[in-house]
Design a protein around this ligand. Structure first.
Ligand code: SAH
Ligand code: SF4
Ligand code: F3S
Length: 578
């Protein structure tokens, strides 16, 4: 039987500790045996859960493509597959079991097939070991802290032909310079901090994702600047609690400063996830109100509308404080769409506490809400509290859903007849003739249009509304909208900008100008001396030497080499247009 080497298995006590932050810069070396193995092979990644997990997928995909693997969307043809798990959402744990089984066929077809389990579930105590008993063909189990070690661990699996488990609980690393194969070419997620120190009593995240630690502001800004220059239309700043960003850096950095700076880089749309109510400052509201490119949309999880329930949840605010914050936000940003997360059936939740949640939702008038049925996570304090019977939770959940549906419909109806800007995500999943995308306030809108508008910002007039989606029509000629988009892409491209600047410099450079004038003069002289034997020969020689001097002028050489690349870029753009 295949051996298993456990480098480190998760331990919830250890995971609750907060070790000092350790920063490193990845050298991005791919071990030679992995480079060999990857030749002609394909990888597939399936991710569950929140954006932090999707961002991890992009990093892992970055490593795999640097190793030489090609990405595939078809799990059946994968030679290496990663299941990136979530411990909170979508009954993700149960789904993982089914998913692992489906890769058995890959192993039978290709004995060198590698299955990697990653993500938050792998940071839960005992899960990895039990999975290995049922599915011995798993190659590697890693936690969220091992993402940057993926190439090294895969190389070890190949070398020793044994399964590895490496899911450390005691990590507080911030790794920079990791590769990234982004899932989209127009909307990007940027981590600003990792982990969480809030320890809400129901939540597993502080254990699976470790200590809260911020990236340096300069690293975040550099990543965002690169995205702007590559033509991205939307950036979402990510952290389990973005509002505490920078406080651990102890140099006066805070989220409001970061948000202000990122917005100033000029990305057309800027969002952030997730906000913790008691740390949402008035300074942040002011920054949001100041920048037109920060979307009028805010996800502000409340979890419960009852102060006593919030206290048991370990949330550090009361119902009144939350309502006052929502009011302050609406005062400064009247058209803001507020969304939230609610947990139903939290241990000890009384009918009265539940009613408080309903009344808070109606008072805040959320544009939509994610609703979760409480489910105990082993190792968290709430799992040891007295649980609410399932039937009661179920009834409350249905009542809550009705309220959410009504509020969602109400906020969608308000958009009827209005023309809003939509970032086109692509062809609608339900109707191949339709495109869909999101408005600035986070509403999904479907409309008819050509697929080449994917990734563009377009004006859409809203014509009708259903609970969870809106329908509209494109305002304007799609070709012109595409042309506008291309003009934008060219305006942010630093290379095309440099090329244009160089052209301007060139026309004003005094040395080049006098060379040019002299050249014209000599050209005339040569022309006039035509047929005059020696005089002509002399004039021609001087003219040629000036020609060489101009040709080899460093500014012109630069211009020529850039012109070639610029032409290539422009012809690519022309190709897209066609
Ligand atoms: N850091 C974010 C996201 C946390 S997980 C935040 O603080 O909002 C996303 C959501 O999952 C939470 O907001 C919560 O509503 C829900 N959730 C977390 N643990 C849960 C549990 N044990 N049972 C049910 N819902 C849970
Ligand atoms: Fe979990 Fe609370 Fe942290 Fe959000 S703030 S990740 S709910 S512990
Ligand atoms: Fe799930 Fe982990 Fe995110 S538990 S919600 S993937 S932080």
């Amino acid at each position: 039987m295949k051996k298993t080497l456990i480098i480190e298995a998760p331990n919830s006590k250890k995971a609750a500790q907060r070790p000092p932050v350790f920063r490193s810069v990845d050298s991005r070396t791919i071990p030679p045996n992995l480079l060999d193995f990857a030749k002609g092979k394909k990888f597939y990644i399936r991710t569950y859960g929140c954006q932090a997990n999707y961002r991890d997928e992009e990093t892992m995909a970055g490593y795999l493509s640097e190793a030489g693997f090609e990405r595939t969307d078809d799990p059946k043809e994968a030679n290496l597959a990663i299941i990136n798990t979530c411990a909170v959402r979508e009954n993700a744990e149960e789904k993982v079991y089914g998913e692992i089984g489906s890769f058995k066929a890959n192993k039978e077809k290709d004995p060198s097939f590698m299955l990697v389990l990653a993500g938050c579930v792998m940071g839960e105590e005992g899960v990895g070991e039990s999975l290995l008993k049922t599915y011995p063909f798993i190659s590697l189990i890693i936690g969220t802290h091992e993402v940057s070690k993926l190439p090294l661990l895969l190389s070890e699996v190949l070398k020793n032909r044994q399964t590895l488990v490496s899911s450390s609980s005691f990590s507080s690393e911030v790794v920079e310079n990791m590769p990234s194969l982004r899932l989209s070419s127009f909307e990007a997620y940027v981590n600003i901090s990792y982990g969480c120190d809030k320890f809400c009593t129901y939540c597993i995240v502080p254990y699976t994702r470790g200590r809260e630690r911020s990236r340096q502001m300069s690293d975040v800004l550099k990543e965002c600047q690169d995205l702007v220059e590559s033509g991205y239309k939307q950036i979402t700043l990510l952290g389990q609690n973005v509002n505490s960003y920078g406080l651990d850096l102890k140099d006066g950095t805070n989220f409001a400063t970061l948000l202000d700076k990122v917005a100033s880089l000029g990305i057309p749309r800027l969002k952030f996830l997730t906000s913790y109510p008691s740390q949402f400052t008035d300074e942040m509201i002011a920054v949001m109100a100041k920048h037109k490119n920060i979307d009028p949309w805010l996800h502000l999880p409340v979890q419960s509308g009852s102060s006593s329930c919030l206290k048991r949840m370990g949330r550090r605010y009361t119902r009144e404080e939350y309502l006052s914050l929502a009011k302050r936000i609406r005062e400064k940003i009247p058209d803001i769409a507020l969304t939230t997360d609610i947990i139903v059936g939290f241990p000890g939740e009384t009918e009265e506490e539940f009613e408080d949640t309903i009344s808070l939702m109606k008072e805040v008038r959320y544009a939509s809400a994610y609703t979760f049925i409480y489910s105990p996570r082993i190792g968290t304090p709430a799992a040891r509290m007295v649980q609410v019977p399932h039937e009661i939770t179920q009834k409350r959940f249905l009542r809550l859903k009705e309220v959410v549906d009504d509020l969602t419909k109400e906020s969608s109806d308000k958009m009827l007849g209005k023309t809003v800007e939509v970032l086109v995500e692509g062809v609608s999943k339900k109707d191949p003739n339709k495109l869909s995308g999101y408005s600035r306030n986070g509403k999904l809108i479907h409309f008819e249009g050509p697929s080449y508008l994917t990734g563009c910002l377009v004006p859409i007039k809203v014509l009708s509304s259903k609970t969870y989606s809106l329908h509209g029509e494109l305002v304007g000629d799609p070709l012109l909208l595409k042309a506008k988009d291309l003009a934008y892409l060219m305006s942010v491209d630093p290379f095309l900008g440099a090329f244009k600047n160089l052209g301007d410099v060139l026309s004003k450079d005094p040395e080049l100008q006098s060379l040019g004038e002299k050249y014209i003069e000599l050209k005339k002289k040569t022309a006039l001396s035509m047929g005059k034997g020696k005089e002509y020969e002399e004039a021609k020689k001087t003219l040629l030497s000036y020609q060489d001097a101009i040709k080899s002028h460093p500014l012109l050489e630069n211009y020529r080499s850039m012109e070639k690349e610029a032409r290539e870029e422009l012809s690519e753009i022309a190709e897209i247009l066609r």
